[in-house]
Ligand binder design. Structure first.
Ligand code: PHE
Length: 370
């Protein structure tokens, strides 16, 4: 017994005196390890007489438990000390500026398009889409362009080389071909699921999308964006067209003070046709909407030509409609005060950082404009 007490006292001193975790581990191996001193004592139990074992067994086991507990306690002391040391060593200076992160933004054209879609969605319009690569039929013929119309010529339209069948595809010069896709009876199997299929009147759609023309200056780019509108129903007249556009414009520019003017114009696919101007002020080098005595053309519109309705299988004696098409980029320029249309597509990140919008503010058909 006294031997055991002595051993325990010795081990206890050793453990307390261990200067580091490695020494402590060596003590553990030398006592509780396979060939350790305490393990050896445990092995002697087997050869003892039952009477002796009855006394020695609990004493040796108690010694083992005590040594194990002391080792563990000392080990966690070392671990705590190591953690303290690390905390003192590894400091984080929270006052340092964090590294710059590049922030994306919504392009003004997309923001403007989202705003337009939201406003028309509030007015009950559905969104329809069509392909950027069109054929002559949808872009021109069905829209009542005469065979020799100048817009078909190379100086306006980007044509592809003719295919094996001799057909010359083109980049659509406006979103109006989607009118044809949306109206045409029998157009039930569009080439892709997102392309508008022909529907029965009444039709009330808007068509946001990219358009292409061979043109480049401060107010023209070879690629630009339009939103087309089309309404087909019984008894539709110019009054509906005027109300729709005037309501849209005052909502878009967020003021009731916008003056509009309809000027007679010509489009092959509408009769009568008009261009709509908004009243503006050009003094001081910038264009301001809602004041002034100047006018700025912003869209083309008119009553859908009976020939177009006929080309789409709709009886013009039963149904009438109106259509309009407006330049998204140009309206965005006006609303947000950008001087040159070409900047919109220059991919200058400084420009985008300045004029871009937060993705958290993007309007959508559900949330509406605000
Ligand atoms: N498609 C015409 C253009 O691009 C705009 C327009 C659309 C005019 C619908 C009338 C009706 O200039």
């Amino acid at each position: 017994m006294t031997d055991l007490n002595q051993l325990q006292a010795d081990l206890s001193n050793q453990i307390a005196a261990a200067p580091d975790a490695a020494t402590l581990e060596a003590i553990r191996v030398a006592t509780l390890g396979k060939t350790g001193s305490v393990s050896a004592l445990l092995k002697t139990l087997g050869s003892m007489s039952p009477e002796v074992r009855k006394l020695q067994g609990p004493a040796i086991n108690a010694l083992r438990d005590q040594v194990a507990a002391q080792l563990l306690a000392r080990k966690s002391d070392f671990e705590a000390a190591e953690l303290e040391a690390r905390l003192a060593r590894e400091q984080v200076d929270l006052t340092l500026p964090s590294p710059q992160r590049r922030k994306g933004s919504v392009h003004p054209t997309m923001q403007t398009m989202d705003e337009m879609v939201s406003i028309f969605a509030e007015m009950g319009f559905a969104v329809a889409e069509g392909p950027d690569i069109e054929d002559d039929f949808h872009n021109f013929t069905a829209l009542n362009f005469p065979p020799k119309h100048p817009a078909r010529e190379m100086h306006d339209t980007f044509f592809f080389n003719p295919g094996a069948d001799g057909e010359r595809k083109l980049l659509r010069t406006h979103t109006s071909p989607v009118q044809v896709r949306a109206m045409r009876r029998g157009n039930t199997a569009p080439p892709a699921p997102w392309i508008a299929a022909g529907q029965e009147p009444p039709i009330r759609i808007i068509v946001p999308g990219r358009t292409y023309r061979l043109d480049s200056d401060a107010t023209h780019t070879p690629m630009f964006h339009q939103v087309e509108g089309l309404v087909i129903d019984k008894g539709i007249h110019m009054g509906h067209l005027k109300w729709t556009l005037e309501t849209f414009i005052s909502r878009f520019f967020e003021t009731d003070a916008v003056m509009t003017r309809f000027r007679p114009h010509h489009f092959p696919f509408t009769e009568p046709s008009a261009e709509m101007d908004v009243g503006c002020d050009r003094s001081g080098g910038e264009i301001r909407i809602g004041t002034g005595s100047d006018w700025l053309e912003i869209l083309g519109c008119g009553m859908v030509h009976p020939n177009v309705l006929r080309n789409c299988g709709i009886d013009p004696d039963v149904y009438q409609g109106f259509a309009f098409g407006m330049g998204v980029d140009r309206l965005g320029m006006l609303k947000y005060g950008m001087p040159d249309l070409r900047d919109m597509f220059a991919s200058d990140t400084r420009w985008l950082a300045h004029f871009g919008f937060s993705a958290f503010q993007a309007p959508n058909p559900v949330s509406g404009l605000s």
